[in-house]
Design a protein around this ligand. Structure first.
Ligand code: LUZ
Ligand code: MOS
Length: 774
C-alpha cells in the first residue's frame, strides 16, 4: 500500500520530465531492425549436433486413427526419432483454461492440422521428406465447420454465459421500433511475420532451456513441466522478441515449445522446431468467426431502450482461450453506447477447426460488429442515418455497463464531438453527397465508428507483473520484466520509465530478455496491458532504488533528503548542481553496502468481478475514440479504396507519441483487413483453403487508407495507466469496423435496392454482387 502511494506522487513529478523525451522517442528496437541485426528464434546460433523437428499432422478434420505406419519415415537416412503421445512422460495435455487439448492426437483427430507426431532429423529438409513417407489410415467421422451446426448438434466447449441489465423483455414492449437480424463475422489469420517456433537446449541435471517465440513464457514453462512430468524450476524459458504476435502467440506458441522440449529431453540434444508458413497457417487457430443474432428496440427519438444478442462463437476443436474471449464479447456488446436494458448470451461452439484463439481485440470486435450492424439496420428501416442513432446513445459519465461497472472519465461524447468539429464532418458529408450526385460509376460512402474498450485482463487474477532492476557498479542499468517485446515498443517504454526516474539517458539502460528465471509466474503480454502492468512494476522498483540512492547522497553531502534531486546524471541540491555525479553516487552506494537491486510486484488495484452474478468492476479504465472513414467504390468492378480515416483518439497522456501512433495505424489497417478483405475459407471437410498468401489477402501498401490522421483528445489521463499513458494495443483495431459500414453506404448510393448485409468481410466480390442485386 505504502509503495502504491509514493508511486502516484512520483507519477505527477515525472510528468514534467517525460514531456521532454516523449515526443522524440523512437522505438529502440528499430535500430537493429533496419540493419537486420534483431535476433529472432530462427537467428540463434545453434549448437553443433542440433536436431530439427517437423510436425506430422492430421490430414482429416475428424476421425478415428486406425493405423499409422512410421516405418518408411524412420528408415530414412538422417531421421533420428519420431515422437508420439506414447513418448510423453507426464500428461498429454496442453489446455490452458479447460484440460481438453492433447499435445499429440491419441486415437482420434479433431481438426485438419492436429499434431500427431514430431519427426526429428539431422535437418529440417530430411524431416520434411520423412513426413511424406508416413502412412495413416483414418476412419472418418462427421465434420462440423460452423457454429450453427455445432449448436444444432449440441457440440459445446462449456456452458453459455449471459450478462443482463434492466429488463429487456419489458422494455421492448415500450419501444416505437423493434428490429431483429443476424450477422456473421469471419475469422482472421494473425500472420505474424515470424512463424511459430522454439529452440530447446538440454542443460545439466535434466534441466532444459527453451527459447520461444511466445507472448506467455510462463504458460510455456508450466506446460512443458506438465507434459514432461518435471518441476517448473527445471524449465527455463527465454524470449528476446517476437516478429509479431497479435494474440496468436498468447497460447498457441506453447505446443511447439513443448514438442522441442520433449525431443530434447529424450535425446539429450538441442532441438529446433520452426513451423514454415504453410504448416503454421494449417495447424494454428485464428480469430473466432461469430454467427450472431440481435434484437434492438428504439424510442421515437432514437434512444436504444433495449438490446438483446446471442453470439455463437466458432471455438474450434478445443477450448484454448475461447471462454475468456467469449466473455470479452459480452463486455463489449454495447460498444460506446448506454443501453438501459440488455440481455446478451455467448455460446462457445465446438467445431472441427483448429482451436481458435486470442486475436487483437479478443472477442470485443466481434461483439461491437453486431451492435453496429443492428444500428445500421435500424437506421435504414427508420429512414435516418446510423450517425443519428449512434450520436444520441453515446455513453455518458456514471452510466452503467451491462456488467455493473460505472463509466468514469468517459470520453465517448468528447471524442465524437471533437471528431465532428476538428475534421468538419458537415463538409465531409457534403463532399460525399456532391461526389455521388456528380458520378455514376464511382460512389463514396462515409461512416463514423466510436470505440470503447476495457483495459485489464477480464480474469482479475491475471492483472499483475513484476520487475527486477539492477543498477550496475558503473551506473548502467539492467531491467527484467514479464513484458514481451513483439513490435509494440514495450521495451522502449520500460526504458523511458527508468530514464525518467534516475534521470539518466536511454543509452545507460538495457532491457533484458524476458526470462522465467528472472521474472517468474507471469501473465502473458496481452490484453493491451503489458506496458501498464510491467511499467508500474518497473516504476515501483526504480522508485525504491531512487529512495536508497538519495539517502546515500544526503548522508554523503550532509543535506536533507527532501533537498536532493537527480538531474541529467548529477545530484542537485535545492535545484543547484552538486559535484556528485550519478556514477559516483552509485559507487558510493555500493561501498556503503546498500543494495543496488530491487524487485517489485504490481497488482492492479480496485478491479474485481463476480462470475456468479456477472457483475463487478473488471476494468482499470476504458479507452475511447471516434473514427470517420470515407471510401470510394468503383461500381464497375466492385473494388474500393479508403480515401481517409480521421480519428480522435484517447491516448490519455501518451508517453511515446510515435510508438502509440504506430499502434493506432497498425491496428486500424488490421481492423480494416478483417472487415473488408481477409477471408478465411475452410471447405466442408474442414480443410483450410486460404492456406497461402495467394489465397488469403491481407492489407498491403495499396489497400491501406490513402490518408490517416489521428488527433489525441485532451484529457487528464488516468492514474491507473502507466504515467497516465493509456493502453493502445487493441482499441484502435475496432475503428476498422467503420470501413464495413462506409462500404455499405457507398453501395446504397449506387443501388437503392441493395438490402443491407452484415456478413463480413465485405470483399470486392460481395461489393460487386451488392451493387447489382435487384
Ligand atoms: N488475454 C487474456 C487477453 O487472457 N485475457 C484478456 O482479457 C485479454 N484481453 C484482450 C487480449 N488478450
Ligand atoms: Mo492478446 S489478443 O494476446 O492481447
Amino acid at each position: 500500500m505504502h509503495k502504491q502511494k509514493s508511486n502516484n506522487t512520483l507519477d505527477s513529478k515525472l510528468e514534467a520530465v517525460s514531456m521532454s523525451i516523449k515526443q522524440s522517442i523512437k522505438n529502440m528496437d528499430s535500430f537493429t531492425h533496419v540493419r537486420g541485426e534483431s535476433v529472432y528464434v530462427d537467428d540463434i546460433n545453434i549448437k553443433q549436433g542440433t536436431f530439427h523437428g517437423v510436425v506430422f499432422d492430421s490430414p482429416k478434420a475428424h476421425g478415428k486413427i486406425k493405423h499409422i505406419d512410421y516405418s518408411k519415415a524412420e528408415a530414412l537416412e538422417g531421421v533420428e526419432r519420431i515422437f508420439t503421445y506414447k513418448d510423453i512422460p507426464g500428461a498429454n495435455q496442453i489446455g490452458g483454461i479447460i484440460p481438453d487439448e492433447p499435445l499429440f492426437a491419441e486415437d482420434e483427430v479433431h481438426f485438419w492440422g492436429m499434431p500427431i507426431a514430431l519427426i526429428v532429423a539431422k535437418s529440417e529438409f530430411i524431416a520434411r521428406k520423412a513426413r511424406a513417407l508416413i502412412e495413416i489410415d483414418i476412419e472418418e467421422l462427421p465434420v462440423i465447420t460452423t457454429a450453427k451446426e455445432a449448436k444444432a448438434k449440441g457440440s459445446f466447449i462449456n456452458a453459455p454465459r449471459s450478462f443482463s441489465l434492466g429488463d429487456s423483455k419489458k422494455a421492448f414492449a415500450a419501444c416505437a421500433y423493434v428490429f431483429k437480424g443476424e450477422t456473421f463475422s469471419n475469422g482472421q489469420e494473425h500472420l505474424y511475420i515470424e512463424t511459430q517456433g522454439a529452440y530447446a537446449e538440454p542443460q545439466e541435471n535434466g534441466n532444459i532451456k527453451i527459447t520461444s517465440s511466445t507472448q506467455g513464457p510462463t504458460a510455456v514453462q508450466k506446460t512443458i513441466a506438465q507434459v514432461l512430468g518435471v518441476a517448473m524450476h527445471k524449465i527455463e524459458v527465454d524470449v528476446t522478441r517476437l516478429g509479431g504476435g497479435f494474440g496468436g502467440k498468447e497460447d498457441q506458441a506453447t505446443p511447439w515449445a513443448v514438442m522441442a522440449a520433449l525431443a530434447s529431453y529424450h535425446l539429450n540434444q538441442s532441438v529446433k522446431l520452426i513451423l514454415n508458413r504453410h504448416d503454421d497457417l494449417r495447424m494454428t487457430g485464428k480469430r473466432h468467426p461469430y454467427e450472431s443474432s440481435y434484437k434492438i428496440g428504439l424510442s421515437k427519438d432514437l434512444k436504444i431502450l433495449a438490446y438483446e444478442a446471442e453470439f455463437l462463437q466458432n471455438s474450434g476443436a478445443a477450448a484454448d482461450l475461447s471462454p475468456a474471449i467469449a466473455e470479452r464479447t459480452l463486455f463489449h456488446a454495447t460498444n460506446s453506447y448506454y443501453v438501459p436494458n440488455v440481455k446478451t448470451t455467448v455460446i462457445s461452439c465446438k467445431t472441427n477447426l483448429p482451436p481458435n484463439t486470442a486475436f487483437r481485440g479478443f472477442g470485443g470486435p466481434q461483439g461491437m460488429f453486431v451492435i453496429e450492424s443492428a444500428i445500421a439496420r435500424a437506421a435504414s428501416e427508420i429512414g435516418v442515418s446510423s450517425r443519428q442513432i449512434q450520436e444520441v446513445n453515446l455513453l455518458d459519465e456514471n452510466d452503467t455497463f451491462s456488467y455493473g461497472q460505472i463509466a468514469k472519465k468517459v470520453e465517448a461524447k468528447n471524442t465524437w464531438n471533437s471528431a465532428k468539429s476538428i475534421f468538419n464532418l458537415e463538409t465531409l458529408e457534403r463532399n460525399v453527397k456532391e461526389f455521388n450526385e456528380a458520378n455514376s460509376t464511382f460512389k463514396k460512402g462515409l461512416a463514423l465508428m466510436p470505440i470503447t474498450f476495457g483495459i485489464s485482463f477480464t480474469n482479475t487474477p491475471m492483472n499483475h507483473a513484476r520487475a527486477l532492476v539492477h543498477v550496475y557498479l558503473d551506473g548502467s542499468i539492467g531491467i527484467s520484466t514479464a513484458a514481451v517485446e513483439m513490435g509494440q515498443g514495450v521495451n522502449t517504454k520500460m526504458m523511458q520509465i527508468a530514464s525518467d526516474v534516475f534521470s539518466v539517458p536511454i543509452e545507460k539502460i538495457k532491457i533484458e530478455t524476458t526470462n522465467t528465471t528472472r521474472v517468474a509466474n507471469t501473465s502473458p503480454s496481452a490484453a493491451s496491458s503489458t506496458a501498464d502492468l510491467n511499467g508500474k512494476a518497473t516504476l515501483m522498483a526504480c522508485n525504491t532504488l531512487l529512495e536508497r540512492l538519495v539517502k546515500v547522497a544526503s548522508e554523503d553531502l550532509n543535506v536533507s533528503v527532501e533537498d536532493i534531486k537527480l538531474k541529467a546524471e548529477f545530484v542537485y541540491i535545492n535545484e543547484k548542481k552538486s559535484e556528485l555525479s550519478w556514477t559516483d553516487l552509485v559507487s558510493k552506494t555500493m561501498l556503503k553496502r546498500v543494495a543496488l537491486t530491487e524487485n517489485a510486484h504490481y497488482a492492479t488495484p480496485e478491479i474485481h468481478f463476480d462470475k456468479t452474478k456477472e457483475k463487478g468492476h473488471p476494468f482499470a479504465y476504458h479507452v475511447y475514440g471516434t473514427a470517420i472513414i470515407t471510401t470510394t467504390v468503383d461500381c464497375t468492378r466492385g473494388t474500393y479504396e479508403f480515401d481517409s480515416v480521421k480519428i480522435v483518439h484517447d491516448y490519455g497522456k501518451s508517453m511515446s507519441e510515435g510508438i502509440d501512433l504506430g499502434q493506432v495505424e497498425g491496428a486500424l489497417a488490421q481492423g480494416i483487413g478483417w472487415m473488408t478483405m481477409e477471408e478465411i475459407a475452410y471447405n466442408d471437410e474442414g480443410r483450410l483453403l486460404s492456406n497461402a498468401l495467394s489465397t488469403y489477402k491481407i492489407p498491403d501498401i495499396f489497400s491501406v487508407p490513402k490518408y490517416v490522421e489521428v488527433i489525441p483528445v485532451e484529457t487528464d489521463g488516468n492514474d491507473m495507466a502507466i504515467l497516465k499513458s493509456k493502453a493502445v494495443g487493441e482499441p484502435p483495431l475496432m475503428y476498422g469496423i467503420g470501413a464495413y459500414f462506409a462500404l455499405q453506404n457507398a453501395i446504397k448510393a449506387f443501388n437503392t435496392k441493395h438490402q443491407l448485409k452484415f456478413h463480413a468481410p465485405m470483399t470486392p466480390e460481395k461489393v460487386l454482387m451488392s451493387l447489382y442485386e435487384k
